[in-house]
Write a protein that binds this ligand. Structure first.
Ligand code: NAD
Ligand code: DAU
Length: 356
């Protein structure tokens, strides 16, 4: 058994987004000796208010910038003596990729190539030091399943949306940097996440916020598509585990064996909120509106996470019952966060906190 990798400084890209900010909050709590540099462009999906718990720590630095900016990436890698790049930054919403695919290719494919290339130069210039490049990817690169079966790490890539195609392109570049240059890369592919700080364009936070505001709940098609849900804190621990113990060049699927039909999850969220909002049982379900299906809508995702469990000892900690209840309560207790996201006021935080 080789010793776990314990970096002194990491570069996190996209650390102001949903998963990146949860990861930073988790990682900085668990690894006080490690400096964290967060490079984020603050697109609509970036919210620095997710990071108020760490922003004043001396071992944290926020840099507003673009992963496609090679000189910026190179200077951060050198001046901060970065030992690992954890690459979360992306355009992440499938529906947006259908109406505007170009930015997905720029950020997700070209941005990953810039990070890989600058990481390669940095790693080769400091070859005596240990280094890792961890690509945070998605089960969507595998395409869609029928009624049975699971995605394993050997399932062929068959992405169906511009989003998943751009993530698959990035994953293939990561593979190529390992095969061509021997770069120590890691690749995680996780199922759907839920939890705090989730931008309310995605299914679960959209349903919660619409229910609170008594707005319609748009369910695409017949509502029978299946997603496999994992709490974002379990995903954060999985990424930390892969960073510290993963084998260079490997892919690790991450998931919690927790499949739900969309309509069942919407009904569940409705029912849990009936009680909490003091509404009649069944009242929130009246808000459900079946709408036109998403084009190319993948039918079912289900992850086989046996490798990360067997080789690295990671297991999810949350039951879904506990995780969804906590998530709903988080949204109810953080209505100010929701209001600022809904109004757009969250976008002023950078100027207020960091100035020009
Ligand atoms: P998100 O949309 O919430 O956050 C993305 C972050 O990236 C934002 O902070 C945004 O400002 C930043 N960003 C975008 N373009 C950038 C650029 N050019 N330069 C620097 N920063 C930029 O996304 P998320 O849901 O937190 O997903 C994070 C990663 O995890 C993505 O790579 C996604 O593909 C992957 N993933 C997501 C899920 C999920 O369920 N959300 C599941 C599996 C994998
Ligand atoms: O599987 C991992 C992926 O999960 C990540 O790679 C993506 O970044 C992330 O956005 C997520 O993709 P999905 O498309 O599965 O998530 P979304 O929340 O957009 O949709 C979940 C399911 O709910 C999907 O079947 C579409 C459906 N849906 C979604 C929305 C927003 C609805 O029925 N109504 C909605 O309003």
């Amino acid at each position: 058994m080789t010793a776990a990798f314990t970096p002194h400084a990491i570069l996190v890209t996209g650390g102001a987004g949903f998963i990146g900010s949860n990861f930073i909050n988790h990682f900085m709590g668990a690894n006080p000796g490690c400096r964290v540099v967060n490079l984020d462009l603050l697109t609509y999906a970036g919210n620095l208010e997710n990071l108020t718990g760490v922003e004043s720590r001396p071992d944290y630095r926020f840099v507003r910038g673009d992963i496609c900016d090679a000189p910026l990436v190179a200077s951060l890698l050198t001046e901060e003596r970065i030992e690992a790049v954890l690459h979360f930054a992306a355009e992440s919403h499938v529906d947006r990729s259908i109406t505007g695919p170009e930015i997905f290719v720029r950020t997700n494919v070209l941005g990953t190539q810039v990070l890989l290339e600058e990481s390669r130069r940095h790693w080769q210039a400091n070859k005596s030091a240990d280094f890792r490049f961890l690509q945070v990817s998605t089960d969507e690169v595998y395409g869609s399943l029928g009624a049975t079966g699971f995605f394993t790490e050997e399932t062929p890539l068959a992405p169906n949306s511009p989003y998943s195609a751009s993530k698959a392109g990035a994953d293939l570049l990561v593979r190529a940097y390992h095969e061509t240059y021997g770069m120590p890369t890691l690749n995680t592919r996780c199922s759907n996440n839920y939890g705090p700080y989730h931008f309310p364009e995605k299914l679960i936070p959209l349903m919660i916020t619409n229910i609170i505001n008594q707005k319609p709940l748009p369910v695409y098609g017949d509502g029978l598509n299946v997603r496999d849900w994992l709490h974002v804190k379990d995903h954060s621990r999985a990424i930390e585990t892969v960073l510290k113990k993963g084998r260079g060049g490997s892919i690790y699927n991450v998931g919690g064996n927790n499949e739900w039909k969309n309509i069942d999850i919407v009904n569940l969220v409705c029912d849990l909120l009936d009680g909490r909002l003091g509404r009649q049982p069944g009242a929130n379900r009246q808000l459900i509106a079946f709408v036109k299906d998403r084009p190319g809508h993948d039918k079912r995702y289900a992850i086989d996470a046996a490798r990360i469990k067997r080789e690295l000892g990671w297991e999810p900690g949350y039951t879904f019952e506990q995780g969804i209840a906590e998530t709903i309560d988080w949204y109810l207790h953080n209505q100010e966060w929701v209001a600022k996201v809904t109004s757009g006021a969250y976008r002023d935080y950078y100027e207020k906190q960091y100035g020009r």
